[in-house]
Design a protein around this ligand. Structure first.
Ligand code: C5P
Length: 220
């Protein structure tokens, strides 16, 4: 049987991870956080002192193909090291954005991402889930929120972890990363042609989950 896949794509800090995770829980589906794979790849490349650009593309792609990663009840392990927190910083996000612009790296992570599609179903979040990785997915959502909202939410998250950053800095960082993700030639960030747009600027998490859940029910 074909595996149902729900794609949630959108810009940085639009709430994709939270929405996709909640939806997966509600449906009893698997969950793919594709951004984590680019973050892990960039993290591993840094550890090897690789340049995060075309100069070391082949080496980084090779590493990505053999990532010694383990997802374990909310934690992410890279070759025996718990990197759950380390890959979540804004710097790690920017590093991820740099390696993700390399076509060889995207190609190297293709099969791994598709291998997450298992019964009873998958909710996948990222930038190109609907456009490249799962183009046949029956439901694609492009999730946005205005930049001020996104910066504010990210700020709250960091504060709760005891990390102090200025909202204006966060906003500038996420807008720079979005610009980089939208303007690259390999799988740029954009809505799939058949994506449904959801702006959650003034929606609670629960309301967003309900909306996508309803769209999904309507397609069954
Ligand atoms: O979603 P997250 O912020 O963790 O992603 C980090 C970076 O990885 C993004 O800014 C983007 O450059 C890259 N990415 C990507 N394709 C995906 C998921 C993430 O290019 N499917």
């Amino acid at each position: 049987a074909s595996v149902p896949v729900i794609c949630i794509d959108g810009p940085t800090a639009s709430g994709k991870g939270t929405l996709a995770g909640e939806l997966a829980k509600r449906l009893g589906y698997h969950y793919l956080d594709s951004g984590a794979l680019y973050r892990l790849t960039a993290f591993a490349a840094r550890q090897q002192n690789f340049e995060l650009d075309a100069a070391h593309e082949a080496l980084i792609a090779d590493m990505a193909r053999k990532l010694p990663v383990r997802f374990e009840s909310g934690n992410i392990w890279l070759a025996g090291q718990d990197v759950t927190e380390a890959i979540r910083t804004e710097a790690a996000g920017m590093d991820a954005s740099r390696v993700s612009a390399l076509p060889g790296v995207r190609q190297a992570l293709l099969d791994l991402q598709r291998s997450f599609a298992r019964l009873p179903g998958l909710v996948a979040d990222g930038r190109d889930m609907g456009t490249v990785i799962f183009p046949q997915a029956p439901l694609k959502v492009y999730l946005t929120a205005d930049a001020a909202q996104r910066a504010e939410r990210r700020h709250k998250q960091l504060i709760s972890k005891g990390i102090e950053v200025k909202i204006s800095t966060l906003r500038a960082d996420l807008e720079a990363r979005d610009e980089q993700d939208k303007s690259r030639s390999a799988a740029p960030l954009k809505p799939a042609q058949d994506a449904l747009l959801l702006d959650n600027s003034s929606l609670t998490i629960e309301a967003s989950v309900n909306q996508v859940f309803d769209w999904w029910q309507a397609r069954q």
